[in-house]
Design a protein around this ligand. Structure first.
Ligand code: GLN
Length: 500
């Protein structure tokens, strides 16, 4: 086993001295060097920092012995702040922004012995489902280079799928961890709202955003969540509910677990191959002793509309800070026009120019939509109404969890689509999120695990959504499924071809 190993393998190999952290790091960097020109998973690769960190771990082997992520190469979505390392959110606005501090999740990973190897490409400010909204060009799906990897954490999913990182972090506001995980054939976990600190995450929609891992196996997601989870005084929305060792419940035993299936939701718009893989996955769960329960989520069909009102409203407020004054890009100062209010005019022009040049089209579209739904006269009709329907969606889940332990759906209604196919049709793009957004609206944890391939050889994901703070249940069921159906062992050809 080489750099392509899982967290468990790597940690054991390094702990026992069979391999050094530097060796693992070098191999990973070589893989990145070979694959990056075809895949474009990264905005920055932190070669020197990573090697320095790995040799520090090797030099102090005794001190780090029990570190749960010892020597594990980790990639971070480029909307997570890293001290001294450029953090762009894939936007011109932050193209040369170097944060003076680390996100809490970055600190926690480092304390667990991880080696950060780079920052991954994403949709600009995490707005999108394909990475095509990145100011630095799209990432490519390792299973088919002419297709999108999903988004917005597309680079993170590509990096894990092509073994350019063992673990990657993403952020998920409406599906951005789970959907790219599904489309690239890896595991993606969005924890409960509040489970993981968001201090140092560039905010998109603050009532929805969560950080979580993308990994090759469910076990690796469980280890990483154990490292990330817990209260943080720097994030008032982080929960004090105690976190546990999420690997402890991975017994493979799911006898008696109740898996809810909202069948009527799946009647329209789901690709036949996706539906076939999903149904087969349900049978696998049943064969391991789970009970399938048919249920309804009557308001879930409004989830997309509600999400795109609330998320844009919050984004319009969160992105107001990018005005060229405090940090990030500033449009060149223009000579003030003659006139009495030249100072004010110059300032207004600077704001307008900065935002005109600094933001891409999708971000502007959302700021306008969000400003509109919050404006006097429309607030009640749109924003308030959306919040009310959000409560109904939440109650649907409460009711569902009286009869089931988890709710199962396909993660995405389609497999990866072609690059360019939906860029001119934002509504079509938004529909990719039909099964993922309701977990964010309700604040629930949800996981995507690989559940097969389409006839064209594109990965499909199974999504399980659970009760608040019941990540352990999600992980146990997903792990049992993975043992029975080890789709995660498949590797994209482009990745297999790299020999070191
Ligand atoms: N695709 C969704 C959007 O465009 C979700 C993005 C996310 O989760 N960050 O808003």
């Amino acid at each position: 086993m080489r750099a392509t190993a899982t967290v468990r393998d790597l940690r054991d190999q390094i702990r026992s001295g069979r391999r050094s952290a530097v060796e693992v790091c070098r191999e990973t960097l070589t893989r990145i060097e070979r694959l990056e020109p075809s895949l474009h998973a990264f905005n920055s690769v932190t070669t020197d920092l990573a090697l320095a960190r790995a040799s520090e771990l090797d030099a102090q082997r005794d001190r780090w012995r029990d570190a749960p992520l010892l020597g594990v190469p980790i990639a971070l979505k480029d909307n997570l702040c890293t001290r001294g390392v450029r953090t762009t959110a894939s936007s011109r606005m932050l193209e040369s922004f170097v944060p003076p501090y680390n996100a809490t999740v970055v600190e926690r990973l480092c304390q667990a012995g991880a080696v950060v190897i780079g920052k991954t490409n994403c949709d600009e400010f995490a707005m999108g489902s394909s990475t095509e909204n990145s100011a630095f060009g799209p990432s490519r799906n390792p299973w088919a280079l002419d297709r999108i990897p999903g988004g917005s954490s597309g680079g993170s999913a590509v990096a894990v799928a092509a073994r350019m990182a063992t673990v990657a972090l993403g952020s998920d506001t409406g599906g951005s961890i789970r959907q790219p995980a599904a489309l690239c054939g890896v595991v993606g976990l969005k924890p409960t709202y509040g489970r993981v600190s968001r201090y140092g995450l560039l905010a998109f929609a603050s009532s929805l955003d969560q950080i979580g891992p993308l990994t090759r196996t469910v076990y690796d997601a469980a280890v990483t969540l154990t490292v990330l989870a817990g209260a943080d005084p720097a994030d008032a929305t982080s929960a004090s509910t105690p976190a546990s060792d999420y690997t402890a419940g991975l017994t493979g035993d799911i006898r008696g677990a109740r898996v809810g299936v909202p069948s009527s939701l799946l009647e329209n718009g789901v690709e036949p191959d996706v539906l076939r893989a999903f149904r087969a996955a349900l049978e696998t769960l049943a064969s391991r002793g789970a009970t399938l329960v048919d249920l309804e989520l009557p308001h879930a069909r409004h989830a997309i509309a509600v999400y795109y009102l609330i998320a844009t409203a919050e984004a319009s407020s969160n992105l107001a800070r990018y005005d060229g004054v405090r940090y990030g890009f500033r449009a060149a100062d223009r000579p003030a026009q003659a006139g009495r209010h030249e100072q004010t005019d110059a300032l207004r022009t600077m704001y307008a120019q900065t935002r005109e040049i600094g933001f891409g089209p999708e971000v502007k579209r959302r700021i306008m939509l969000g400003t509109y739904v919050l404006s006097a006269g429309y607030y009640d009709a749109y924003y308030l109404k959306a919040q009310q329907v959000r409560t109904l969606i939440l109650r649907d889940y409460d009711r569902a969890f009286e009869r089931a332990d988890v709710v199962a759906m396909p993660t995405s209604p389609t497999a990866a689509f072609k690059i360019g196919e939906r860029v001119d049709d934002p509504l079509q793009m938004y529909l990719a999120d039909v099964f993922t957004v309701s977990a964010n609206l309700a604040g629930l944890p949800a996981i995507s695990v690989p559940c097969g391939f389409t006839t064209e050889g594109l990965p499909v994901g199974l999504q399980l959504t659970g009760r608040r703070f019941h990540e352990a249940t999600l992980l146990r069921i997903a792990d049992a499924y993975e043992r029975e159906a080890p789709w995660h062992t498949e590797e994209p050809r482009i990745s297999k071809e790299v020999r070191i």
